[in-house]
Write a protein of this length. Structure first.
Length: 476
């Protein structure tokens, strides 16, 4: 990760990025006449970024661009920041000074955030990492409005996103359910939250039938991780419970995914778990005064010899019986047990995150998360605002009763698929059955994993959900 530090003085020697309202705000002494003319000309053409290559160093001037809503201004800056990082890496600089002249520190921080997130790389499996590494390693922030604490907070948020991205990008050959639990444990040690991992025996004695059913086709045991961050100064008595789908690989099981291509991204089927781990990490690292519980049921979904089969009837943790009609609808099976387990906490609010349905990804694509649930209008509106603020936007789908009718089974309390229509919603309705508290379901199947870079969202795991949950719980 790019390191951040603060400096009180501008060194004229290093490469530099200026963030200014307009050209007049620049220190004239740091530029020659031609450069200033060029910058002004570009500014008048409405360019937001001007790059000056001085051979020994790169100088980049960034303008906030046209006045739009505050959250859009921030997002435009994050995106421009990713371009700036590309330019710096293209030039080969290791260190840059970043000097902001803006009085709105949110904008300055958004630009730094964009640079940090754009600098992410997953190089673990390359033989020659050095050759692949970006040149930019260090950003020195020279700014009056941004404090040392602001920088630390931002750094800890980005670390949470990096944790999530790394977990998602790890293939099953490394990240089994056990390994996921180990990674969560070490994140807990580093950030200061408790982690208890239930192993198979405990999961059996708890009768988590959904998690055990999905695990039956696997060679590797399941895990159920309980994360707890409970600071003394917590504002809330009842915890916020975060539940993350931890399918470390989804083959579909016996209802095998139909084409080889449809499995190409399925190491990412634990992106919900990664978001929960990343968010709790950032919250604990920054010591937010909020009591949070994380629940992560984890297994791979495989068609092994003893795999659960279509038409099986499974008794879930809460006693509900489920007729399995498609073993590829496994996420809801493991989440149902976690949501049932959450009841004992009498949560203030439970949010689950899951790459739950292809239908959600088809409906809203990579730029939005499908949200639905039983929480109040106010909670939905606060989460939606956080979504805009961090640019992980939500589309709210209905939770109308009628959709639940598609889940009626002729042999059990529920069946695990709803049919051709409204697949994302019926999946959500299935989950709702296991809740008795205010609840929001986030289907992140679209934005969790992308097959090409998208500005500061790097190819592969995006870490969607981490910044959203952090922003929401900071304000909760
Ligand atoms: N993990 C998948 C959903 C998914 C698909 C996530 C594509 C990301 C990209 C999930 O377990 C699944 O297979 N869902 C099925 C449900 C169906 C059988 C009711 C789906 O969406 O096809
Ligand atoms: Zn599946
Ligand atoms: Zn899945």
């Amino acid at each position: 990760m790019i390191t951040l530090s603060k400096a009180n003085r501008l060194s004229a020697k290093s490469s530099i990025i200026f963030l200014v309202e307009k050209p007049e705000g620049l220190e004239k002494t740091l530029f020659n006449k031609e450069e200033l003319n060029y910058i002004e000309k570009e500014f008048r053409k409405k360019k937001t970024q001007v790059v000056i290559n001085r051979f020994s160093k790169i100088v980049l001037v960034q303008f906030p661009g046209k006045k739009v809503e505050a959250f859009m201004m921030k997002e435009n800056l994050r995106k421009d920041a990713s371009k700036a990082v590309k330019a710096v890496n293209g030039f080969g600089a290791e260190k840059i000074v970043f000097s902001s002249k803006l009085d709105k520190k949110e904008l300055t921080l958004a630009f730094i955030e964009g640079m940090m997130l754009a600098g992410y790389q997953f190089l673990k499996y390359f033989g020659d990492k050095k050759k692949k590494e970006n040149s930019l390693k260090e950003i020195v922030v020279h700014d009056r409005s941004v404090s040392g604490e602001d920088i630390l907070e931002l750094e800890n948020i980005v670390k949470g996103v990096v944790l999530a991205r790394n977990l998602i990008n790890e293939p099953l050959s490394f990240l089994t359910a056990n390994q996921l639990a180990e990674e969560i444990k070490s994140a807990g040690k580093e950030a200061g939250f408790k982690v208890e991992v239930f192993e198979k025996k405990r999961i059996e004695s708890l009768k988590m039938g959904g998690l055990l059913a999905v695990n039956r086709g696997s060679m590797d045991p399941p895990t159920f991780s309980v994360l707890e961050y409970k600071p003394k100064n917590a504002r809330n008595k009842k915890p916020y419970v975060l539940v993350g789908k931890g399918i470390v690989f989804d083959t579909g099981g016996l209802s095998l995914k139909p084409t080889a291509g449809s499995m190409d991204a399925m190491k990412s089927d634990m992106s919900g778990a990664a978001a929960v781990a990343g968010a709790v990490y950032s919250i604990a690292k920054n010591k937010l005064p909020v009591y949070v519980i994380g629940l992560v049921p984890a297994t791979d979904n495989r068609p092994g010899q003893n795999a659960y089969a279509p038409q099986d009837v499974i008794k879930m943790y809460d006693g509900t019986t489920v007729e399995v009609l498609n073993t590829d609808a496994e996420g809801r099976m493991i989440l149902a047990d976690a949501l049932g387990y959450a009841k004992q906490y009498k949560p203030e609010l439970t949010i689950d995150l899951a790459t739950l349905t292809g239908a959600a990804a088809v409906a809203v694509g990579r730029n939005a998360t499908v949200a639905m649930g039983t929480a109040s209008k106010k909670v939905f509106s606060d989460l939606t605002k956080s979504g805009e603020n961090v640019y992980e936007r939500l589309v709210i789908f209905p939770s109308w009763e009628e959709y639940g009718e598609q889940l009626k089974s002729s042999v059990a309390d529920l069946k695990n698929i709803g049919g051709r229509e409204a697949g994302a919603i019926t999946a959500g309705k299935f989950l709702e059955h296991f809740t008795d508290y205010p609840w929001i379901h986030l289907d992140i199947a679209g934005p969790a994993y992308i097959d090409s870079d998208d500005a500061y969202r790097t190819k592969g795991g995006t870490g969607v959900g981490v910044r959203l949950l952090y922003d929401f719980l900071k304000k909760a």
